[in-house]
Design a protein around this ligand. Sequence first.
Ligand code: AMP
Length: 287
Amino acid sequence: MTRIALRLQVVRSVPDLRTWRAARQGSVGLVPTMGYLHEGHLSLVRAARRNDDHVVASIFVNPAQFAPNEDFDRYPRDEARDLALLDELGVDCVFAPSVESMYIADFSTFVVVEGLSSRLEGKSRPSHFRGVTTVVMKLLNIVQPSRAYFGQKDAQQLAIIRRMVRDLDAPVEIIGLPIIRDADGLALSSRNVYLTPEQRESALVLNRSLRVAESMFAHDERSAGAIRDTVTSMISSEGLAQIDYVSVADCETLDELQSIEHPALVSVAARFGGTRLIDNTILTPLP
Ligand code: AMP
């Protein structure tokens, strides 16, 4: 096996990251990830590389955002490959802390964005966003980035992080970037590796149903109910899909809409076998 020397620095503890940060001037871009990187993650890294003087990517499978019955233990991991990809894109520093260094033995402080965190994903994953906002706030405090980059793939997460940063006056600009899809339309996700070929084929219905929602909207459909019903019936007609929710909601408040007068988030969650997938699109009325 040939080992290629990495230009990037791998940092595994909070004090070492603080030392790295203290020696940097200019802007710092942070891309938080749970690793097992794909083009979706890499699109965030490329944007950070374009915008910022220094780029930090974090790789941390955060136990606080997984419920006991979820896939924390089997979540896919391949750090060597991730580091090689990040190095190639010119990332300066990878923060890959251990669980113990992020959550010390008597850790007891959590950040909760009320309301938004209990909708949509929060209904089936009640403690999920508490874990997300806590770890993101920790990463913001540790790295002190000028900008932090997140994917629209996790639209609710992005809305919650924007709200947290606004409410707590965190000195960072949050950048949201579009969903990256495979050639067949499936939104990239580290969890796609769990899908059998049949489940993957079935899962394409998520993207197909969202394209139909966009087309209805483009043909002047403004009834959220009509769009919700069409998307629901398309997904439920797919044998292997078990719908968790189909939502047409206000982009910022995530309140379910009756009619679409402002930008609306159409979001879906469904299980294909044991794998739960999410996808979404935004419908924006012209002024
Ligand atoms: P994760 O590793 O799943 O926690 O994702 C890390 C970041 O990558 C989050 O901001 C996600 O929203 C973003 N991301 C994941 N999948 C995609 C995708 N298909 N397109 C764009 N961003 C993505």
